[in-house]
Ligand binder design. Sequence first.
Ligand SMILES: Cc1cc2nc3c(=O)[nH]c(=O)nc-3n(C[C@H](O)[C@H](O)[C@H](O)COP(=O)(O)OP(=O)(O)OC[C@H]3O[C@@H](n4cnc5c(N)ncnc54)[C@H](O)[C@@H]3O)c2cc1C
Length: 455
Amino acid sequence: MSSGRVIIVGGGFAGLSAAYTLMKRGITPLLLEAGDRVGGRGKGETVDGFSLDMGAFVFTSTYDTAFRLCEELGLTLVPSQMKFGHYRNGRWVTTTPDQSLWNFVRHVRTAITMGFLSPSGMRAASRVMRQMYREEPYLSFASDSRLAELDDEETYGEYLERLSVPESLRMTLGGPLKMILGDPELAGQALMRAYIGETMLSSGRVFMPERGIGSLSAALAARCSDATRVSTPVTRVVVEGGAATGVVVDGETIEADAVICAVPGTKVSGLIPELPEATRRALGAVSYSTGCRVVIGLDHSPLPSGWHGALFPEDGDTPLLLDRSVFLPACAPPGKSLLDLLIGRDRARELIPLADEEIKRELLGAARRKAPPGSALPEDDEGLFYRVYRWEEALCMGTPGMLAALANVPGQLAGHIESLFLAGDYMGIPSVNGALSSGERAANHAADLLASRAN
Ligand SMILES: Cc1cc2nc3c(=O)[nH]c(=O)nc-3n(C[C@H](O)[C@H](O)[C@H](O)COP(=O)(O)OP(=O)(O)OC[C@H]3O[C@@H](n4cnc5c(N)ncnc54)[C@H](O)[C@@H]3O)c2cc1C
């Protein structure tokens, strides 16, 4: 037990895991959240017995901190597998892993369509895969991942060029990321390769809390409710005499012995003008994709039997389609389904200002025009309910060299502003797991500092 007050700014996964970790160490922090509820980009909501995720929706197989927290909080983790159909070169191919002869034939077709079976595709694919297996220990989203060591000034596009990856295979290795993130070829090669590695090295296997990621943020929020104040935006972190000594809310200073700043990376410099120049530069590399999402409750399955999702990597207007109830059956009442339409890129930016009804019409219309054979996508006036979620800042993109530059930030701060700790997805491998583990790390450092002062 150490005495002293720790203030946490921001109640997304990073802030919540920091608060939860401090409470486990006997310290009740004060968590200040600008919005009217905590959870940030990991929020969920329940509508008519359906469990919806508003932002993040999938864990991969290496989310170690997320898995541990689910276990501690009593959330059941269920294994699942991504079974996507891909619309490529004007036709559908599927990667559904069933054992039939027909599926084997379909896989050959899939491999041809995706560019793996041309001579140049085979050569490039074997180079990419060999390198991926060699670097497997680095290419993960786990909390101890050494991915930052692979990060350099090379973009993902330059990496694919260097390995002579032909155009059709470039689409396979970048298309799904493009649908959600924007142009992956401009992002850093290390983070983009980690995304590909997660899918290829573990055959699309994932583990999720049975009621989705929102159930984890809700469980953390419940544990931290005594420490939380919502609708309380912090306007500044106070730094005096080389230490963080409080935060400003509504023009009033709340004093603290340590401050954990757990807001998105783009907002940190504005809150803390005293940051060292090198830290400001590193933070300047952080950028986020934009995302827009429509979730529709249905009384029938929208996608062909056995499919979890449908991808349109060549197309700028059609959203990623997911049937969440195939992926996580407990998220929908028996016999019902949850169709998720998710779009990133410039199209998300165009849609965000529109009214909910219009966004739903646009995305459903685009999806219906290229619906997979055997699917039953709803008409505009069908569906039990729908929700629209807009995210100006969605997934952390990772400019080349960003991970490497941010890995130096804790050392830079230690020398300049004692008792200030940064947490957030951008301080780990950007993801829910990165946010959770960065919050845990910041909380442990803050608690150690208070303990060392008490001695
Ligand atoms: C549509 C979408 C899909 C995604 N899909 C996935 C996925 O499938 N898997 C995955 O791993 N990740 C996914 N992500 C990313 C993931 O959600 C984030 O990486 C993670 O949730 C970030 O957590 P965080 O705590 O760092 O930040 P946030 O969740 O952004 O939390 C920051 C909090 O700080 C608060 N805040 C900001 N400024 C202030 C202030 N001045 N004072 C007080 N509070 C403030 C905000 O209101 C917010 O609650 C997705 C994100 C989106 C939006």
